[in-house]
Design a protein around this ligand. Structure first.
Ligand code: FAD
Ligand code: MLT
Ligand code: ZN
Length: 480
């Protein structure tokens, strides 16, 4: 059964019955009868109200509409697909058959920000970049950052438990999200929108919704802990001659930069070729098979510059780093970051993309890329590796001129078996969505999947919330 195979670029899963790019898709057993066929279109909350306070009249109306929408669909057995910025990479935000899209696009109000605690409360449809800009004006930043920041919503970020470029420093959303407001499948509102750092009263229910990809409830508001905006930021872009040197550069940076290290990302030379060729970005360095981005964020520019210089001197004199450049002004920092952040975009210009988002012990991170390159030979156009080095998260991407079932069979399930053998995760940060749900067995035991299915049945007894996503249906069976 080819349903859902082929993690082809973009968030749209292959259309039912197949399309030019993807394999034909088997219609999954419908979990709910649908006596009323929805008219195409979106259920949207109404436009901006006069108040900025999302918990005021306008906020209550929008939340109420989301609840009404869910309640309406619940009574009529209509399937619902929650959607934020639609930037997800595993097809979770796109209907498979006739689900109604419940968009949070108009739920974009900031509810409150407390400068003493750094706690932001906002509606789910706020765009990540806009939130960051709002906070920067007040001397704070969002604890997460990702290439899709200009489009993705905070609700979508929480629903996918997005990782991104700042996780190394500020940790996962499982730690920084303090509270959530969620509309449940039957339209009732679960108000756990607290702004407390500490609250051990019973089970931490919000954790169920973080990373649940719209299958357990619709997140309508988020309370999140935001760090101070660092006064001094530096970015070093370094060239390394081998992956062993990349790893040693990371461990040395951790030891020598300590608390000011805020990001450590890597990309291979193939990624660099693609951003140069397709996006016309220019590489300030030349001739290295690997590139590492090391960011420092701190409160004292002299102290941070001293530390960074010591680290760079050590890295250069010991031969870990062959070449490098450092940016301290915001414009150059942005330009250097775009070399890494825009790899996803460059890949989409290279043809049909098979995307994999793997967690591995950091020492093994690049072995999978080399193994895959050797395995696929000429049948792939490019096999590239990049990712969140400091988090042990590899993005393995394979491109081809066009979709090929033959190529897909050479990649899968091999890539998942390889990952499971090395005790990794087949989805580090993107989730399972539609495209990866049937491979969950490679990363979770049957007992865990069974318990997840019981949670799903309890919270969404009619199976109307994002059906066909995240969890395998029983007909997809156990893969091993
Ligand atoms: P959508 O794509 O709209 O939805 C994603 C999932 O969440 C779907 O299953 C949807 O049903 C559900 N959902 C959305 N909103 C809600 C809600 N309010 N309530 C309940 N469920 C909801 N991801 C990373 O983790 N790290 C990265 O570094 C990263 N970089 C990216 C860079 C680029 C260029 C792109 C295109 C994507 C990147 N992503 C990354 C993937 C994606 O941006 C994230 O998964 C993001 O968090 C999705 O947010 P969204 O608002 O677009 O959600
Ligand atoms: C990234 O880190 O750039 C993203 O997760 C997107 C991708 O994997 O392509
Ligand atoms: Zn990523």
């Amino acid at each position: 059964a080819a349903a859902g195979r082929g993690d082809v670029a973009g968030s749209r899963p292959p259309a039912p019955g197949g399309d030019a790019d993807g394999p034909p898709v088997r219609r999954a057993a419908a979990p709910v009868p649908r006596p009323v066929r929805p008219r195409p279109g979106r259920l949207r909350a109404p436009g901006a109200g006069p108040r900025r306070d999302g918990r005021g009249a306008a906020g209550a109306v929008q939340r109420g509409l989301a609840a009404l929408g869910a309640g309406y669909c619940y009574e009529r057995n209509l399937a619902v697909n929650p959607q934020g910025g639609n930037t997800g990479l595993v097809g979770g935000s796109v209907p498979v058959f006739d689900e109604i899209i419940l968009s949070t696009a108009l739920m974009n109000k900031i509810i409150s920000f407390d400068k003493v605690s750094g706690i932001l409360v906002c509606q789910a449809g706020c765009i990540l970049e806009k939130l960051n800009e709002y906070l920067e004006d007040q001397g704070f930043i969002m604890p997460l950052d990702l290439g899709a920041k200009g489009s993705c919503h905070i609700g979508g970020n929480v629903a996918t438990n997005a990782g991104g470029l700042r996780l190394l420093r500020y940790g996962s959303l499982r730690g920084t999200v303090l509270g959530l407001e969620v509309v449940l499948a039957d339209g009732s509102v679960l108000d756990c929108l607290t702004s407390l750092r500490k609250d051990n009263t019973g089970y931490d229910l919000k954790q169920l919704f973080i990373g649940s990809e719209g299958t357990l409830g619709v997140i309508t508001a988020v309370s999140i802990l935001c760090p101070q905006k660092p006064k001094a930021v530096n970015l070093a872009f370094l060239g390394c001659q081998s992956f062993a040197k990349v790893l040693e550069t990371f461990t040395t940076s951790r030891a020598m930069l300590g608390e000011i290290l805020s990001a450590c990302e890597f990309m291979d030379e193939k990624c660099m070729e693609l951003v140069e060729r397709h996006l016309k970005l220019s590489n300030p360095l030349t001739g290295s098979p690997f590139y590492v981005l090391i960011e420092t964020s701190g409160s004292d520019s002299t102290h941070d510059a001293d530390k960074l210089n010591n680290f760079l001197e050590q890295a250069m004199t010991s031969g870990l780093v062959a070449d490098g450049t450092v940016a301290t002004d915001a414009k150059k920092i942005k330009t250097l970051w775009s070399l890494r952040e825009r790899i996803t975009e460059a890949l989409t210009h290279d043809g049909c993309v098979y995307k994999y988002d793997i967690s591995l012990p950091v020492g093994k991170l690049y072995d999978l890329v080399m193994d895959m390159r050797a395995r696929l030979g000429q049948s792939a156009k490019n096999v590239v590796g990049y990712g969140h080095l400091g988090d042990g998260n590899l993005h393995l991407n394979i491109t081809a001129e066009s979709y090929s079932h033959f190529l897909l069979d050479a990649i899968e399930p091999y890539v998942y078996e390889w990952t499971a053998r090395h005790k990794g995760s087949i989805s580090a940060e993107h989730g399972l969505g539609f495209k990866k749900k049937q491979y969950i067995h490679y990363s979770k035991p049957n007992e865990a999947i069974f318990l997840m299915q019981r949670f799903k049945a309890m919270l969404d007894p009619k199976g109307i919330l994002n059906p066909y996503k995240t969890l395998p249906t029983s007909s997809e069976g156990n893969m091993h």
